[in-house]
Write a protein of this length. Sequence first.
Length: 123
Amino acid sequence: MSRNDEAIRSSWDSWIENPIPSVPLNKAITLSSSSNSKRILLITATSPRFNMYGNDFGWGRPVATRAGKSYKKDGVLSANPGPIEGSMEIQACLSVEIFEALENNAEFMEFVTVLPPYESVQS
């Protein structure tokens, strides 16, 4: 199925009138170049306005954030504000080969900061 501006706007207008509470990854809006090659381009969820590290339910500050089972698909990336102001946590579900390639990519590693253990970053 081909998607253009009109089709996408119609889909969103329809959703506003009849919102679907949850859309599994295999049912997400897809763009395709042919009927046999569907590809999910972008899915967004949750809210960056929710301060995950600002909550204390009596056990102290959260140590980390994790995505649920439905987000454990190859190629899924989750990005959230990190425990230190201005930092970011990225959860990546990728194959071992992709992680090894990233680790061996000097340009990529130049921009990645590995934080020390949680105990040393508590405020």
